[in-house]
Each structure stands twice: as C-alpha cells, then as structure tokens.
Design a protein around this ligand. Structure first.
Ligand code: OAD
Length: 239
C-alpha cells in the first residue's frame, strides 16, 4: 500500500495534527452508523427522533430511543481504531474532534476529545439548562434536580446549532494542523463537514480513512479500509 507509506511519512513529519472522526470509527465496536447499509437512518426517521420538535411531541419515544443507544454503547468497547488515535497522541500534538456521541474515544484513553454533537452521557434541563453527566442508561423520563423540569439528551439535534466553544476549538485545530485525519465520516453533515474544507484552504494534507473510496486529489490521500485495520498500520508507519 503505497498510499499508506506516503501517509505515514507525512504524518511522521507533522508537528500538529487534527483528527475528525464520525460514526464509522465506532462501527467495529458494534455501534451502527447513521447512513449506508444497516445505518440508523435506514430504520428510523431523524425527524421523529432527533429534532426539538420530535422531543416536544413525544419525549417518551425520543428518550426510549436514546436509552436504547445508551444501552448499546454501554455494552460496547473501544476498538483498535480508537486505540490507534490514543497512540498517535503520544507521537505528535493531536487535537481530536469527533461527531460521535458515544464517548468511546475518551474510554479508549484519548485526552479531552472535542465532542461537536454532545454526548449520550450528558443530559440537560429543558428549563434551567442545568447539565449533568450520567454513567448509565436513562430509564423513563428524567427530571432536573434543580427545578424539576423535564431533562433532554445532551446532544445536538437536526436544526440546532453546534455548541459554540467546541466548534471554535475545532476550527482552530484544523486551521493550525499540518495534517488532518478524517476517519469514518460521510462528510455530509454541516457544519462539521466544513472543517475539512477549512483545513484544505489552510494548506493541510487531508488523510481520509474510510472503506468507501473518496476522490483523492491535491493534498488529499484516501486510505480505503476499516478504521480498526488502517489506523493502527498508519500510526505504526508514523512512528
Ligand atoms: P455516517 O453514518 O453519515 O457515515 C459513516 C461513515 O463511516 C461512512 O462514510 C462509512 O463509509 C464509514 N464507515 C463505515 N464503517 C467504517 C469503518 N469500519 N471504518 C471507517 N469508516 C467506516 O456518520 P457521520 O458522518 O458520523 O449527527 O454522520 C454525521 C452526523 O450525522 C452524526 O454525527 C449524526 C448524524 O445524523 C447528529 O446526530 C447531529
């Protein structure tokens, strides 16, 4: 794999690296992706489960779906792809940005991953906005200890803005990075996807890891394969 060798060499030379991950990096941990075969959005409609309107209409149904996802993630383990990014942190300065809400990067040992879309393990009051972290799946309809109002999942839904601070940190990271690793994302959900364009406009080399081939091009290397297989090989070559 010539591309892997080249990518490994470029990674080895970079002083500052950013990684942007999506659902694909957790696929080998048994967590379904959103799009593609077996993806969550093939079986569920986002507008019924992942919008503020859906929650207002039927909070019980939305919480049931999130509790199911929490159960799934609680039983899952980080995989070799997550662990390779922990290893990469030891080789270079790395900022890890994820669209995932499963918390598997942190469980693998990554330091302070930036969670653009929130976390399955946070809940927020719909009235006073008090947030808390949870460590097991929610049962029923959780309520706020401060004010008694209904709590909602601490994730970003369709139609909502990303939390400002994580997004600013992510923009800063991809603007400064010499290499941006883009792993397991379809790259179609904005504004997360725009981070790759920002990186390219600043002259970073983009290394993509995905079983679906994407067009290569200038300053862009596509490593076609599963994250759990490709990332450890890539990091080995950057050592
Ligand atoms: P998607 O489900 O859109 O895309 C998953 C990507 O992972 C696809 O490009 C797959 O080819 C790739 N993939 C599958 N298995 C893989 C593997 N083993 N290794 C590497 N890649 C693999 O997921 P995201 O791009 O993360 O947003 O989706 C972005 C956002 O859309 C999510 O954060 C979520 C969703 O709606 C919100 O909930 C706000």
């Amino acid at each position: 794999m010539l591309d892997l060798e080249v990518a490994g060499r470029i990674l080895a030379q970079a002083q500052y690296v950013a990684a942007l991950t999506g659902a694909g990096i957790s696929a080998e941990s048994g967590i379904p992706t959103f799009r593609g075969a077996g993806g969550l959005w093939q079986n569920y409609r986002p507008e019924e489960l992942a919008t503020p309107q859906a929650f207002a209409r039927d909070p019980g149904l939305v919480w049931e779906w999130y509790a199911w996802r929490q159960e799934l993630v609680a039983k899952a383990e980080p995989n070799a792809g997550h662990r390779a990014l922990v290893d990469l942190e030891r080789l270079t300065t790395l900022t890890l940005v994820t669209q995932n809400v499963d918390g598997l990067h942190a469980r693998a040992g990554s330091t302070d991953p930036i969670e653009l879309h929130g976390s399955l393990w946070r809940v927020r009051c719909t009235e006073c906005e008090a947030e808390r972290t949870i460590d097991e799946p929610v049962g029923g309809l959780p309520t706020c200890a401060e004010c008694g109002a209904l709590e909602r999942p601490g994730v970003v839904w369709f139609g909502e803005s990303l939390p400002e601070e994580p997004f600013e940190l992510a923009i800063d990271a991809v603007s400064r990075a010499q290499v941006v690793l883009v792993v397991g994302t379809s790259g179609i959900v904005q504004p997360a996807a725009s981070l790759v364009e920002i990186a390219r406009s600043k002259g970073a080399t983009v290394i993509e890891v995905n079983p679906e081939a994407s067009p290569g091009g200038r300053n862009r290397i596509a490593l076609v394969g599963r994250a759990g297989e490709v990332l450890p090989e890539l990091v080995k070559r950057a050592t």
